[in-house]
Design a protein around this ligand. Structure first.
Ligand code: ATP
Ligand code: MG
Length: 158
């Protein structure tokens, strides 16, 4: 289904913002123009739900979560950045494996099965997209999601 990713991203964020814990704030840096992608809405909701729930779950009190999206040549690059505990640099790729949970996530009684990101990766890849993370321990984590832009929009960016 043809979807304007920006409007779609706003809708997903809106839903979280209605119930977001008091100690966390959201900041959206999303462009005004539309960016069309061909996606299965429900599956992409699942992806964003996983990533945003993680950002909330692993955020400290007073933490801010930044939502961004930019148009690149043939793709849209969306990201969710938090100011949470972060992931050790040698573990940052492992978090996309099934049942992997970093020590800190395990030791803090945060709950979870370690499947969220593994499922997200499968779903994003089924859309010919990519998902990866950058993180600094104690500083925060950014999860990036890249999705191919649809025909007319391709190459229209910078
Ligand atoms: P669930 O299956 O409920 O999602 P989970 O959140 O533990 O459980 P994933 O979402 O797959 O599982 O994440 C895997 C692991 O990656 C987490 O246990 C945590 O160690 C680490 N992680 C994921 N997102 C973040 C984040 N935003 N900040 C810090 N660590 C994170
Ligand atoms: Mg999770």
């Amino acid at each position: 289904e043809r979807v304007d990713f920006i409007a779609f991203f706003h809708e997903v964020i809106d839903r979280f913002e209605m119930n977001v814990p008091e100690h966390i704030s959201f900041s959206r840096e999303l462009p005004p123009q539309r960016m069309f992608v061909w996606i299965d809405r429900d599956k992409m909701i699942q992806v964003l739900d996983n990533v945003i729930s993680n950002a909330i779950k692993y955020s400290p009190d007073g933490g801010k979560i930044y939502f961004r999206a930019i148009k690149q040549k043939h793709r849209i690059l969306a990201s969710v950045e938090d100011e949470g505990m972060g992931i050790p640099y040698d573990k940052v790729d492992k978090v996309f494996e099934r049942f992997y949970r970093a020590d800190k996530a395990r030791s803090r009684k945060l709950g979870g099965t370690g499947l969220g990101l593994a499922i997200s990766k499968e779903l994003v890849e089924a859309h010919q997209g990519d998902i990866w993370a950058k993180s600094r321990e104690g500083k925060g984590t950014t999860v990036f999601i890249a999705l191919p832009l649809m025909g007319r929009d391709r190459g229209a960016g910078k």
